[in-house]
Design a protein around this ligand. Structure first.
Ligand code: BF8
Ligand code: SF4
Length: 645
């Protein structure tokens, strides 16, 4: 890892807006995530290798991966069991986060169907009816609310224990479903698989590392084809299915003369009504009275992605921008819901006039003002929050305002429906392009920022190399924002692509990097992969696809990686997961899984090398399908053009 002590902020981020704010942080003596990482170094080697355990009070224990110290915990668990248990619990935590988000949406959807909410409505009735028909619910001549109630009841059952499989498993291609059945990893109930993982990883239950990891796949599938998919589908129905939209990205989206409000977190339930509240003429007038020219909403992280995808709300930044945005001195309020919100934001906010407003009873932040979300008064609460932000405006110190200029244009809104529409209503043009080799394949580049990697370097470099080699890139989450900032998400970016992909993008008027949404929207990638596989009459594992999480940090990303692999898509991680203390676990995940689910994990911190690895993988899949393929040598002298934002 590069030194984090230096003043050369290119080590910390490749983006100019972040570098500029890091200078402000240094000059003002404000601590950031990078400083805290430096203070943690060297991080615990046992934990980094996954061989420490504190699952019971006979411990905590650790196993010496070099064979010199103890080889077993007090209970007798060896490195294999400890590593597998820790990984299993990470998957369960990530899957639970996504799925609980899905449940929150589902509950508001159910109440909306019963006419019990305020500020919510069925925005995409056609999608509701399509979904209902898919779930076997009668739709003809029935009122929308009635259909919605049945959909809600059906999906609520997916969380429990009364089913053999969660509803959306039926969307997977038949051979994949048969495979899951043979392996006994079909997810039965979303909550059930997560609870069972906690049970299995209690002391003295599942002591077979492979058996734990198989259940890890099942748990992750309950997220990918369960909780997250429910979140995506119902968010589309409640707030609209995304269609292509152009907006702007980076800290330059803040406005010097307006009340700036950042919407941060993951769940669009409240932020969506805040968009409406901010248009309220009375509040706009109030903002003017306070001396502001207007109210400017911007997004952060996945709540930002939800709003960008559906409403074109400008995007201020991804994960590592959440502290830096406050240091612009121009942020009146940061409204947070849950997930990926650093506890440190309230500390940074204390140095400025910024109000941090927490909104979820399950996610409180000492130092924040708590205004609890309540779907029965959605719009009212949204207005109350906007009012708070406006009240903070007169406290802004104009001398401390530092807004980086020049936001970058980015296109978003590529739901599966929008992609099919761009293709003329059928996947055939994409399939034809993949067949003739003008598009070699597609890769989902997803996931977080992690201060262990210069911010966005992994995402931007890997994506650039893939599109240069005619590989279509699908992005979500923080990876999408990274590529947006780097200017790789406008139709003009087709110029950066290889000749085949360039021609396809230019013919369709789309970018070579398609924004498919927030992290729960990785399920859109599953749906697209399933549609392509079914169209071709093959299983997902046979398709020239791959996944990549170059800068992942979160347990949610672990769950995503696991369900992507369990769905048959090989995935390359850019940050080392804590598994290297068990050779058996590493061998299973990086090799053995290929013979089980037809896909595996790889770890490659260097995005240049990861690009080669992925290209080789895609050409191997092409060859097996009998499609024209290229030789991608394993040792290529890479003299790439430097990637900068
Ligand atoms: O769910 S990519 S840092 S913001 S976990 Fe978090 Fe990772 Fe960003 Fe969205 Ni996803
Ligand atoms: Fe130690 Fe076993 Fe308890 Fe873990 S479960 S803390 S390895 S005794």
């Amino acid at each position: 890892m590069k030194s984090l002590q230096s003043d050369d902020f290119r080590d910390r981020s490749i983006q100019a807006d972040a570098q500029q704010m890091l200078r402000v942080a240094r000059d003002a003596g404000i601590e950031t995530v990078w400083d805290r990482l430096a203070a943690q170094l060297p991080q615990c080697g046992y934990c980094a290798m996954g061989v420490s355990c504190r699952n019971c009070a006979m411990g905590p224990c650790r196993v010496d991966p070099f064979g010199e110290g103890p080889q077993k915990g007090v209970c007798g668990a060896d490195a294999d069991v400890i590593v597998a248990r820790n990984l299993g619990r990470s998957i369960a935590a990530g899957a639970s986060a996504h799925s609980d988000h899905g449940r929150d949406i589902l509950e508001v959807f159910a109440e909306t169907a019963r006419g019990q909410t305020s500020g919510y409505r069925i925005a995409d009735e056609a999608k509701l009816r399509r979904l209902a028909a898919e779930l076997g619910i009668a739709v003809d001549d029935r009122p929308t609310e009635e259909v919605a109630r049945d959909v809600a009841d059906e999906l609520l059952e997916s969380f429990g224990t009364r089913r053999d499989e969660v509803s959306f498993v039926a969307r997977a291609p038949e051979p994949r479903r048969q495979l899951w059945k043979r392996l006994s990893i079909t997810p039965r109930g979303i909550d059930r698989e997560n609870v069972e993982m906690l049970h299995r990883t209690h002391m003295g239950v599942d002591n077979d590392y492979a058996n734990i990891l198989l259940h890890g796949l099942r748990t992750s599938l309950s997220d990918g084809w369960g909780g997250s998919m429910i979140a995506t589908e119902l968010s589309d129905i409640l707030f609209g299915t995304p269609t292509p939209v152009t907006s702007q990205v980076n800290l330059g989206v803040l406005k010097g003369d307006q009340v700036n409000i950042a919407l941060h977190g993951h769940n669009p339930l409240l932020s969506d009504v805040i968009v409406e509240a901010a248009r309220d003429p009375e509040l706009v007038r109030f903002a003017r009275e306070q001396g502001a020219a207007g109210i400017n909403l911007v997004g952060l992280c996945c709540t930002g992605n939800e709003l960008l995808m559906r409403k074109g709300v400008p995007m201020a930044g991804n994960h590592l921008m959440q502290e830096l945005i406050i240091m612009t001195g121009a942020l009146e309020a940061m409204v947070v819901d849950y997930q990926c919100i650093m506890p440190s934001v309230t500390d940074v906010a204390k140095c400025y006039h910024t109000r941090v407003i927490s909104t979820a009873d399950k996610a409180k932040f000492p130092g924040a003002t708590h205004i609890p979300f309540d779907p029965h008064h959605g719009l009212e609460i949204g207005k109350q929050i906007v009012r708070q932000a406006i009240e903070a405006f007169p406290d802004r110190n104009p001398e401390r305002v530092r807004i980086p200029d020049a936001p970058v244009s980015m296109m978003a809104g590529f739901s599966v429906e929008a992609i099919l529409a761009a293709l003329g209503g059928t996947p055939e043009p994409l399939v034809a392009a993949i067949r003739d080799g003008s598009v070699r394949g597609a890769v989902g580049v997803v996931g977080c920022n992690n201060p262990k990697i210069a911010q966005d370097y992994g995402h931007v470099t890997l994506t650039r190399r893939l599109i240069e080699n005619d590989i279509l890139v699908l992005v979500t989450g923080c990876a999408a924002v990274a590529n947006g900032k780097a200017g790789q998400m406008m139709p003009e970016a087709a110029e950066m692509a290889g000749p085949g992909l360039r021609a396809v993008c230019q013919a369709l008027g789309i970018p070579p990097v398609l924004h498919m949404g927030s992290c729960v929207d990785n399920t859109r990638i599953l749906v697209l992969a399933a549609a392509l596989a079914t169209h071709l009459g093959v299983d997902i594992q046979q398709l020239p696809l791959a996944g990549a999480a170059p800068e992942w940090y979160s347990e949610k990303a672990v769950a995503i990686g696991a369900y992507v692999v369990a769905s048959g898509i090989t995935t390359v991680l850019g940050v080392q997961p804590p598994i290297f203390g068990s050779r058996n676990v590493v061998n299973l995940l990086a090799d053995g899984l290929d013979g089980v689910v037809g896909a595996r994990f790889a770890v490659e911190p260097d995005p240049e090398k990861a690009a080669l690895l992925i290209r080789r993988h895609i050409e191997t899949k092409r060859r097996a399908l009998g499609l024209p393929f290229l030789e991608v040598p394993s040792t290529v002298t890479v003299t790439p053009a430097p990637v900068t934002a």
